[in-house]
Write a protein that binds this ligand. Sequence first.
Ligand code: ATP
Ligand code: MG
Length: 232
Amino acid sequence: MNSGMIALVGIDGSGKTTQAHRLADELRAEGLDASYRRNAGGRHWFGVLARRLGRADGDALLGRRGMLLVEAVLRWLAILRTVLRRAFAGGLVVMDRYAFCQYASLRARGAKPGAERFARLAYRLFPRPDVTFFLDVTPDVAHDRIEARGYDSETMDYLNAARAAYCSLPEARDFVVIDANGTPDEVSAAIHAELARLGVPARGRNVGGMILAGGPVVAALAVAGHQLAEAL
Ligand SMILES: Nc1ncnc2c1ncn2[C@@H]1O[C@H](COP(=O)(O)OP(=O)(O)OP(=O)(O)O)[C@@H](O)[C@H]1O
Ligand SMILES: [Mg+2]
């Protein structure tokens, strides 16, 4: 496989960033044109900004609905950049988070169903990954890791809700579930074993088609963005 898209999703602290970097490095070491891509929604940096301004986190700074809207837009832009770059440059991309993370975030944070409908409308432009790994970690393990990491924090309530939200997504039936409670080496070995088992096909993307499809979606986004803000 020397082209395609591999996505890693899962709750905060499940090890997505660790494993996505590692996988891209290992695939490159095997001679593949692989790159790591971060599809951040801005919560980390808004959290840093919020703490500088004396607030607890991005939700406290922008409000729950405001932060969800900012996250949805920033992640949409990040994925668009990644997808377009890959369409033109080719190669294999390892995605640290993907659209599914936004749907899970909306569910876990109690957004109204209309908000997810609009997010799905906006994100439908993007292709399905060839394989999506769900790094499944128990919330208390994730909580310990986040505390040890030390730059942010999540409540057990949120981590439980987030895991339930991922599992409730319609796309979850296509996720390849990886037990992410083990050591980084064990998790990495499980990912490689699944990649070998699946033999994910290499295929190019239709850039022209994607851009043609993107036009109406971008146009709809302006309207949807306003309605999303109303629906959250
Ligand atoms: N398998 C593991 N065992 C123990 N610690 C781990 C493991 N994987 C990652 N870590 C550590 O746990 C912390 C969280 O990992 P990481 O940042 O990769 O998670 P994440 O899923 O990207 O989290 P977020 O959603 O908040 O970005 C980091 O400090 C990382 O070094
Ligand atoms: Mg991360």
